[in-house]
Design a protein around this ligand. Structure first.
Ligand SMILES: Nc1ncnc2c1ncn2[C@@H]1O[C@H](COP(=O)(O)OP(=O)(O)O)[C@@H](O)[C@H]1O
Ligand SMILES: C=C(OP(=O)(O)O)C(=O)O
Ligand SMILES: [K+]
Ligand SMILES: [Mg+2]
Length: 527
């Protein structure tokens, strides 16, 4: 581990803590991914989620069918149009997830110290004595003494809807377990997690491929959240599959690290993936509790240095049923921001929770407070040192833009980009001010038809801390001429003014190409 003390700008005046937080146009630099489901699928609720700061919508195919998710997505599109807020779409795979098959959906009561049998025989009805599961290989994978968790949607062990089992004996294909805590399994989906056990199932299942090839293609998904990524090869295979699906060759892959196997191969996975989801729900039960924070700190650090987005999950579980988070949860959100994460992913809280909108705004407010005391200076120096010399031209330009913006106290950085690369590199240096990334469409062809690039690139920046995309009018050619640059810049400045982030007499740092040269310029606005 590198010296990575609490990234706080010191000293903090105690009295400043009591200053009410100012209302911001941009809710926070840290992004919020919301999982959409039963409690968050009407146009009305989704619009409120967007207003509250959600910028990526996750569709979790562990439950619900394509038709159900399509209805939700259609509502999302309406909400985006009416609220004029951009939102990216993330498809989350099922992967090698083990599930209890409870066709009747009757509640199942399990009592501490009783036994329960896990069986691959899906013809059996789920009961207090026997639980059919969707995997035939469990008996081969586990041994006496192993731990298994079962829960609704996902489990912390703190809910009475989750149960902790210990393997007593393996009998043919069945696994006999002792029940460690009393619980009632109610609802439709119970995932099953066998601690530190290799599950011999492909990371991208046939069902996942089918969903990506149909639902994913139809909806041009921006992100694939690859559940249970365990090896770099998993990412390569997913990439290979996407590359054959037309537009989805542009879909970014976010590897979900959900178990020790993924953690062990973290460095190779990070190299292959476009971003990482620190899936603390599953990983939190695969790891001993005292190790979870260490994983978070080192994984986020590695993502930051690679300039790839880090997304942290399972922050305010208790808000699923309550209007306020626990103190520990509130502190945890702030610490994730201080650790350097790009985005917070909400699961049960928005999917089936009672307060999806309030959860988003509460998390956003905590993020914004933490960003104010983030030690940018230390972070910047550490990153420059890590990258070393010689830097690539573009990275040198990007870091210089951030430095200049801090020195002149610019209110925003405006970055022209087509691929999104320049904007991501600026975000890597974690400027304290928003970065308006002005995505300039490029005319491209796939031999069949001509189209403009830009939409994917713009939406994919919605998961990067500090980036706020703006898609320029395709009539502005990507080849930068001074005249077109100036007119696009004017559009960006007007947008910033309308959004309230740029005022008269502000300084603005602009990063663009003039002719063949990349330049960083500082402009001072008149009025
Ligand atoms: N259409 C454009 N007009 C002016 N400058 C641009 C444009 N596109 C990118 N730039 C600038 O070019 C440099 C390279 O950025 P990058 O995002 O890698 O470009 P590209 O999108 O062409 O790959 C950066 O300084 C960026 O601000
Ligand atoms: C977000 C997680 O996983 P899931 O896709 O099951 O919600 C997690 O494990 O933290
Ligand atoms: K999933
Ligand atoms: Mg998970």
């Amino acid at each position: 581990m590198h010296s990575n003390h609490l990234l706080l700008e010191e000293p903090i005046r105690m009295a400043s803590i009591l200053e009410p937080s100012k209302a911001n146009f941009f809710p926070a630099m840290t992004k919020i991914v919301g999982t959409l489901g039963p409690r968050s699928r009407s146009v009305e609720v989704i619009s409120a989620c967007l207003q509250a700061g959600m910028s990526v919508a996750r569709f979790d195919f562990s439950w619900g069918n394509a038709e159900y998710h399509q209805e939700t997505l259609e509502n999302l599109k309406i909400a985006i149009k009416s609220s004029k807020k951009l939102c990216a779409v993330m498809l989350d795979t099922v992967g090698p997830e083990l599930q209890v098959v409870n066709k009747s959906e009757k509640a199942i009561t399990l009592k501490a110290d009783d036994n329960v049998i896990l069986t691959p025989d899906q013809g059996q009805e789920a009961s207090s004595e026997i639980l059919p599961i969707n995997f035939a290989g469990l008996a081969k994978a586990v041994k006496k003494g192993d731990t298994i968790f079962i829960g609704q949607y996902l489990f912390t062990g703190s809910e009475t809807t989750s149960v902790w089992l210990e393997v007593n004996e393996v009998k043919g294909d069945d696994v006999v377990c002792a029940i460690k805590n009393s619980a009632t399994l109610a609802g439709s989906l119970f995932t099953l997690h066998a601690s530190q056990i290799r599950i011999e199932l492909p990371t991208l299942s046939d069902k996942d491929k089918e969903v990506i090839g149909s639902w994913g293609v139809q909806n041009k998904i921006d992100f694939l959240s690859l559940s249970y990524t365990r090896h770099a090869e998993d990412v390569r295979q997913a990439r290979d599959y996407l590359s054959k699906l037309g537009d989805l060759s542009q879909t970014q892959i976010f590897a979900k690290i959900e178990n020790v196997e993924g953690l062990t191969h973290f460095d190779e996975i990070l190299q292959e993936a476009d971003g990482i989801i620190l899936s603390r729900g599953n990983l939190g039960i695969d790891l001993p509790p005292e190790k979870v924070f260490l994983f978070q700190k080192s994984a986020v650090y590695k993502c930051n240095m690679a300039g790839k987005p880090a997304v942290v999950t399972r922050v305010v579980d208790s808000m699923t049923d309550n209007l306020r988070p626990t103190r520990a949860e509130a502190t945890d959100v702030a610490n994730a921001v201080l650790d350097g994460c790009d985005a917070i992913l909400l699961g049960a809280e928005t999917l089936r929770g009672l307060y999806p909108v309030e959860t988003i705004s509460t998390v956003g407010k905590i993020c914004a407070e933490a960003e104010k005391v983030f030690n940018q200076d230390q972070y910047f120096k550490r990153t420059v040192k890590f990258v070393g010399e010689p830097m690539t031209h573009l990275e040198s330009i990007a870091s210089s833009a951030v430095r200049a913006a801090l020195k002149v106290k610019a209110s925003v950085i405006i970055c022209f980009t087509s691929s999104g690369r320049a904007a991501r590199l600026i975000a890597k240096y974690r400027p304290t001010m928003p970065v308006l990334s002005v995505v300039i469409p490029r005319l491209k062809t796939n031999q069949l038809r001509w189209s403009f690039s830009g939409a994917f690139e713009a939406r994919q920046s919605l998961i990067v801390r500090g980036l706020f995309p703006l898609l320029a009018d395709p009539r502005h050619p990507a080849e930068s001429t001074n005249a077109s640059n100036e007119s696009v810049l004017k559009v960006a400045l007007d947008h910033g003014k309308a959004a309230g982030v740029i005022k008269s007499h502000d300084r603005v740092v602009v990063c663009q190409k003039v002719g063949d040269a990349s330049v960083v310029k500082i402009i001072e606005l008149e009025d």
